[in-house]
Design a protein around this ligand. Structure first.
Ligand code: GLC
Length: 649
């Protein structure tokens, strides 16, 4: 029996208790049309799918409803009333950070506290853009000059409220159900697109803002289900041309499929079908999925107050499997995680292979979150020690070697090269000519940022938004660095935010660089998509970072800019051009994480305290260990002896 099969058996043994508290899976639910049983099915020789035979009988299938009020979700046809009757209501028993008082608000419309929306999809309460225009004209025509200001405020509030309402409706419409329970959100529900590719799947990374939005609304079930079901997928046997990646890998995405039940023509069953990259364009392994999963798990516990999920043995095992995969020794000299191109949000060839900042920031964040959640037990002492050592080494490495500002840039400009010694200043042998002309002009006097990647003789000087923002959120960057990153965002507003927040990276690869680095990728042409396109979903990460640094007004300004057109443009996936003026060439419309990213930004700006579920503060042990390391750094104190110290926190 292969290792993966053995693991699978252990996990399948654990399955019945996994859904113990879920009404849709409970034994007493004998009257329910969803008779659930979970089994692993070996498909096409080597692939497994998780099957939950909710026997959806043909008479139920005839009630397929489409669109508003109906329930055709993610290829799963279930009558809406069935969904509601099965819907788990776990939110009332828990309390947590969401209940804490907020710090204050920055938005004119924040006075409005929305009630939890029940059955909102049946309520036509969304003002169309035209309706709003008419309302504006009416209001302007009917009031005296003295009241114009108030009327304008009211108009803005009505418009913004209607955008939020629309966003909630769309987010709910994007929900995917598995055996009657919500389990995730579809990547995009674009009625205008004929070629869906894999946008009809639930992507792990795309679900994070959706999950956070639901958590902040007090709707915990969908997040809990997502966490537990994706955990099951982690132990899949996954192969590409007979090769299997490490056991802790989480899929990039999964799909709920409805298939005929074996031996019964009148019934169907649902299966979860994951993609670990073996079908993805370019066959890219999603390194970020497991890291995001850990981050969401912590946020779930903090927000709902329900720690029982993270305490479960199978969940603890899942955390350890991800950590072991990341911490495993390899050939690398650096504490940063070595990955292939396209292993994160940028999932195409963009020259970010090696040690991209985004992965390092998520890695650091996941390590801190995992440390908080891992139950102390003898068996995990080694893992926790390795984790602590890695945290210190990683933060030292990033803060020291990835940071650039005017001063550091000038240092690099004057670097000596070919230093063979333990106490080299230019450790990575960076040739000063690598400093591109754009950077000399672009670097503001006040501000700085973490570069995109560091390799031998190579610094990728591009600014990557997600990596920088998540370094602030996770405290991978120091407080000074974090402020400097936000200073840079402010100073370079016209480049990074412009007409639609936020550039995924800056600047674009052009000409020969684009040809060589992207392989002449027609989707990643300069100032489009991953190549310096603008992604509204990044608003939520910007908001969390700004709240952490007590500078929420920066995010509020960006949200206001997005609000001017995002709903009118139908919630595109991304925007193109230097100033983000066009809807992206191949952008999906009604992209769920654009919708959820906006909602999370709004929810957090109205209750900044809630951002704590995502933030990790630097702890004093780490600071101590870090300062030991700084004093042992050859740049400050030379000599081999001191640099070989190890730190066990
Ligand atoms: C694209 C994006 C990726 C996202 C996926 C689904 O592939 O690059 O980050 O997860 O679409 O939206």
């Amino acid at each position: 029996m292969g290792t993966s099969e053995a693991v699978l058996q252990v996990f399948s043994g654990a399955v019945p208790c996994l859904f113990g508290s879920d009404p849709c899976f409970s034994k007493s639910d004998s009257m329910s049309p969803f008779k659930s049983r979970i089994k692993f099915v070996k498909k096409r020789g080597s692939r497994y799918m998780l099957k939950c035979s909710c026997m959806i009988r043909s008479h139920i299938m005839t009630h397929r409803l489409h669109g508003v009020g109906g329930g055709l979700y993610g290829n799963t046809s279930i009558h809406r009333s069935q969904l509601q009757s099965c819907k788990c209501q776990g939110a009332d028993s828990v309390s947590g950070i969401a209940a804490e008082a907020g710090n204050g608000t920055w938005f004119v419309d924040n006075a409005k506290k929305r009630n939890p929306i029940n059955g909102v999809m049946d309520t036509p309460n969304v003002l169309e853009f035209q309706d709003v225009q008419e309302l504006k004209l009416e209001m302007e025509g009917s009031i005296s000059n003295g009241a114009v200001e108030t009327a304008r405020d009211t108009f803005v509030k009505v418009r913004v409220d209607s955008i939020e309402d629309e966003a909630w409706d769309l987010l709910r419409e994007s929900m995917v159900y598995y055996c009657g329970s919500p389990i995730g959100t579809i990547a995009a529900k674009d009625p205008t697109s004929s070629n869906v590719l894999n946008y009809d799947q639930v992507f792990i990374r795309d679900f994070i803002p959706s999950g956070i939005a639901f958590l902040l609304k007090g709707e915990y079930d969908i997040v809990r289900n997502f966490i537990l079901h994706t955990l099951q997928l982690q132990s899949w046997e996954k192969t590409m041309d007979c090769h299997s990646p490490g056991q802790g890998l989480m899929p990039a995405s999964f799909k709920v499929r409805t298939v005929p039940l074996d031996g019964d023509d009148s019934a169907t069953e649902e299966v979860l079908d994951p993609d670990f990259g073996e079908a993805a364009i370019g066959r890219v392994a999603p390194v970020d999925s497991g890291l995001w999963w850990i981050i969401l798990l912590r946020a779930y516990g903090k927000c709902s107050g329900d720690l029982s999920v993270q305490e479960r043995i199978d969940v603890q095992t899942g955390i350890k499997m991800i950590l072991r995969l990341c911490i495993a020794d390899g050939f690398d000299m650096f504490p940063t995680l070595l990955v292939t191109d396209g292993s994160c949000m940028i999932d195409r060839r963009m020259g970010i292979h090696g040690h991209p900042l985004e992965i390092q920031a998520l890695f650091y964040s996941a390590l801190l979150c995992a440390r908080e959640m891992l139950a102390p037990e003898d068996g995990s002492a080694d893992l926790i020690r390795a984790l602590n050592n890695r945290l210190v080494a990683l933060s030292f490495h990033i803060r020291e070697y990835y940071w650039i500002d005017m001063k550091k840039l000038n240092e690099i400009y004057r670097y000596k090269t070919e230093e063979y010694s333990y106490d080299a200043v230019n450790k990575f042998n960076i040739y000063p000519d690598q400093i591109s002309p754009w950077l000399v002009e672009w670097m503001p006097n006040k501000g700085g940022y973490l570069i995109g990647n560091l390799q031998p003789a190579h610094m990728d000087f591009r600014f990557f938004s997600l990596g920088n923002l998540w370094s602030i959120i996770s405290s991978l960057a120091t407080m000074d660095q974090s402020h400097a990153i936000l200073d840079l965002v402010e100073a370079k507003w016209g480049d990074l935010v412009a007409d639609m927040p936020l550039k995924i990276c800056y600047p674009a690869l052009e000409g020969q660089e684009w040809q060589i680095i992207t392989g002449s990728d027609p989707k990643n042409t300069p100032w489009s998509y991953h190549n310096a396109g603008s992604w509204p979903t990044l608003l939520w990460q910007l908001t969390v970072a700004c709240i952490k640094m007590d500078r929420p007004q920066i995010a509020a300004k960006a949200v206001e800019i997005a609000e001017r057109r995002i709903a009118r443009d139908k919630w595109p996936e991304y925007y193109d051009t230097k100033k983000a003026r066009f809807i992206g060439k191949q952008a999906r419309l009604f992209q769920t994480w654009s919708i959820a990213g906006y909602l999370v930004a709004k929810l957090l700006l109205s209750d900044p305290n809630a951002a704590k579920i995502l933030i990790t503060e630097e702890d004093s042990e780490l600071v101590n260990a870090f300062s030991c390391m700084i004093s042992a750094n050859p740049r400050r104190k030379r000599g081999r002896k001191s640099s070989t110290q190890t730190f066990i926190v």
